[in-house]
Design a protein around this ligand. Structure first.
Ligand code: C2O
Ligand code: CU
Ligand code: CU
Length: 435
């Protein structure tokens, strides 16, 4: 963990090959020798400085996923390329009123994002609670950064087939903090905060903990107005959730991801397998049975600004035969593949817009917008709005979601895209310019 001091976190992240994954030496990639890389801890108001050193032999860059920071200049700028052998100095100011919660970082070099994350380039970024959550009766705070990858017998990270990229690759190994099925220990009667990050390239997680209900307290780094008990918590790629886990007696309980059908191409091999639950980790508890303290009835959720909507847009996520140059499918937004030099949406700074994202394809696509989190107002799947800002939402196959986006605080140019990162790499990304 690298934590800020006196309003500054100044770190060096060296992206390089050679990390341990699932207890094996691999050719995978990490930051500072590990995958996940170091956890970065900042506070609202801090300056975050990162020197990214590129030793992976291909272009890369860095994105701080979910942070509400300026996308301009040398901040969280997705248009920067750091060539092999080079380094780049990022600097971003976390606004003073930034929500405290669970975020993450990963490369964002268009065309190779999925490859680089699949190889291990991910890390967690926590904005620390300054007051507020101190009220939660938590005796353990754990990070569960979930990734997936496929390794061959020699420990090399496998390359996906074109079909797997089209559907969105899912690795054979699902890892938690780089480990295969780790045991998370706790004592009965304690309350554990689990911060779960779905860092998989394409896999949707449907989390369930044997013999326990999961109490959800935050989503995408923002506290909910009140805790919600759930049997199943669904996380699209890029989503985070903070859960309270309250074991009452000794035992070992599996944390699994249930099968989730995110659609496919409707042909053989064109659909990810949905064979059965996948074990992610286990909760291991030992000690006399005790009842944990109850959870507070309300949480320090940020107030929802009620400013009126000033504009409406409709976007279409589609897929079809297009010029991918690899004989594969093309993925488009409003009929176009990604062009970093084109402004796709121009928005006035301070506008509050309603965007309806329509998915005309037979697969779910998780919509993600950088820098400006949004409220989900409604969706074709009937999913109730959570009432808080979030940054990734699943748009169901042949369905839609309606979002309310406050473009506040700072101007800048950035991107929105499908967070099935193979789709993003195949073109399902567009730009937004706020000024
Ligand atoms: Cu987590 Cu633009 O991405
Ligand atoms: Cu992002
Ligand atoms: Cu997609």
């Amino acid at each position: 963990v690298l934590a800020s001091r006196d309003g500054l976190l100044d770190v060096r992240l060296v992206a390089a090959p050679g990390v341990r994954l699932a207890g094996r030496d691999t050719t995978g990639w990490g930051y500072n020798g590990t995958s996940p890389g170091p956890t970065l801890r900042v506070r609202p108001g801090d300056l975050l400085r990162v020197r990214l050193v590129n030793r992976i032999g291909q272009p890369t860059n860095l994105h701080t996923h979910g942070l509400h920071v300026s996308p301009s200049g040398n901040g969280d700028n997705p248009f920067i390329t750091v060539e092999p052998g080079d380094s780049y100095d990022y600097a971003m100011r976390i606004p003073a009123g930034h929500p405290a919660g669970t975020f993450w970082y990963h490369p964002h070099h268009h065309g190779t994002v999925a490859d680089q994350i699949f190889a291990g380039l991910v890390g967690a970024l926590l904005v620390e609670d300054v007051g507020g959550v101190a009220d939660l009766p938590v005796s353990g705070d754990r990070l569960l950064l979930v990734t997936d990858t496929t390794l061959d017998a020699a420990g090399r990270v496998a390359s996906p087939t074109m079909m797997a990229r089209t559907v969105g690759r899912e690795g054979e190994l699902v890892l938690v903090n780089g480990q295969h099925q780790p045991v998370i220990t706790a004592t009965p009667g304690s309350v554990q905060r689990w911060r779960v990050i779905n860092g998989c390239v394409s896999r949707v997680l449907a989390l369930r903990l044997e013999a326990h209900r999961l109490t959800q307290v935050a989503q995408d780094g923002v506290f909910l107005p009140a805790p919600v008990d759930r049997d199943l918590v669904v996380l699209a790629p890029g989503n985070r959730t903070d859960l309270l886990v309250r074991p009452t007696r000794s035992g070992r309980y599996a944390l699994v991801s249930d099968p989730y059908d995110r659609g496919g191409l409707g042909m053989m091999n064109g659909r990810p397998s949905t064979s059965g639950p996948i074990a992610l980790a286990a909760l291991g508890t030992a000690g006399p049975a005790t009842t944990p303290p109850s959870v507070p009835a309300t949480l320090p959720a940020p107030a929802v600004p009620q400013s009126p909507v000033t504009g409406q847009r409709r976007l279409t996520f589609a897929m079809g035969m297009a010029r991918t140059g690899m004989g594969g499918m093309g993925f488009t937004i409003d009929g176009r593949t990604y062009d970093p030099d084109r402004d796709d949406q121009s928005v006035a700074l301070g506008a509050v817009e309603e965007w309806t994202v329509v998915n005309t394809s037979p697969m779910d696509h998780p919509f993600h917008l950088h820098a400006w989190p949004f409220h989900v107002l409604a969706g074709s799947a009937g999913t109730p709005p959570t009432g808080v800002l979030q940054d990734v939402v699943l748009v169901p196959a042949q369905g839609w979601v309606r979002l309310r986006i406050p473009f506040s605080d700072f101007p800048g140019r950035t991107v929105f895209h499908c967070h099935i990162l193979d789709h993003e790499d195949l073109g399902m990304m567009a730009t937004v310019n706020v000024r």
